[in-house]
Design a protein around this ligand. Structure first.
Ligand code: ZN
Length: 277
């Protein structure tokens, strides 16, 4: 089975944040992608409402808005400021009419060894955001990250853990769900079961695609273009579709090597790659 570009969205991180957001939007639309997932850092100093309008005028939808400020903090005041910052981001996500606001939740506060406490702070933070998300009608997509990031980027590390949090905090509320990223979840023996559960529970909000390179030379900045690594991405996409995922597959690649290329060239490569998935 092959998918046309109408099933794919471009996460702007893939292009290395090299161009202005307005140029990036136009480049992605011109290539024929159906959606875009912009980052907060690209919208600093811009009129978010106007960018939202530009995106829609170009015929793109917003598959996700990246991403939350980490929740865990060394003090209550700092935690509260992280929550407040995320509430601001939710306003922006609403302006963009984003399909979801992506929650990358953070790891241990500096100097801490208390993983259980960090996880509790994450739950409390999501809980504190739910009311705003519901009021604005912006779904929260909790993204589990590969366990190698538990210390510094996300202490939610499996799809099962993320779904358990959704069930605990938002039973019956579909505005909390999961973002399943192939890079973070491909190794998980429970992935098929958890995709099924996410579908059954109506919580599969986003799917991110990219590849795992062997060897991996950098923990963060060495993801591969689909097809260059060892993840069976056709099966990954088919699994999501089998379990009621009707959203876009978002191409999200952090890569020092890729980012050396001109963004136009990256878009062209990405286009060929997605069409072959
Ligand atoms: Zn992702």
């Amino acid at each position: 089975m092959t998918r046309g570009l109408e099933r794919f969205s471009m996460n702007t991180a893939t292009l290395g944040y090299q161009a202005e957001i307005t140029q990036t939007v136009e480049m992605i639309a011109r290539a024929g992608f159906a959606g875009i997932a912009p980052w907060r850092r690209e919208l600093v100093g811009t009129d978010v409402r106007q960018i939202g309008r530009l995106i829609r005028d170009c015929g793109l939808s917003v598959s996700g808005y990246c991403r939350s400020t980490y929740f865990p903090a060394s003090s209550r005041a700092e935690w509260q400021s992280n929550v407040d910052d995320n509430k601001k981001a939710l306003d922006e996500a609403a302006e963009l009419q984003a399909a979801c606001f992506v929650l990358v939740v953070g790891g241990l506060p500096v100097g801490s060894r208390d993983l259980a406490n960090a996880r509790q702070q994450v739950e409390d933070g999501i809980s504190a955001l739910l009311e705003t998300a519901t009021k604005l009608n912006v779904p929260l997509a909790l993204e589990p990250l590969h366990p190698m990031y538990a210390a510094d980027r996300a202490c939610v590390n499996t799809t099962e853990q993320a779904l358990d949090i959704c069930r605990k905090l938002a039973l019956g509320n579909p505005l909390l769900g999961v973002a399943v990223d192939a890079y973070h979840t491909w190794w998980d023996p429970k992935l098929p079961e958890m995709m099924e559960r996410a579908g059954d529970e109506g919580r599969l909000l986003a799917c991110h695609v990219n590849d795992w390179l062997v060897p991996t030379r950098d923990m963060l900045m060495d993801r591969g273009m689909p097809g260059d690594g060892i993840i069976d991405l056709s099966s990954f996409c088919a699994l999501a579709e089998e379990h009621q995922y009707t959203g876009l597959f978002e191409l999200e690649i952090f890569s020092n090597e890729l980012w050396e290329l001109d963004p136009c060239e990256i878009v062209n490569q990405a286009k060929r790659t997605c069409q072959s998935l």
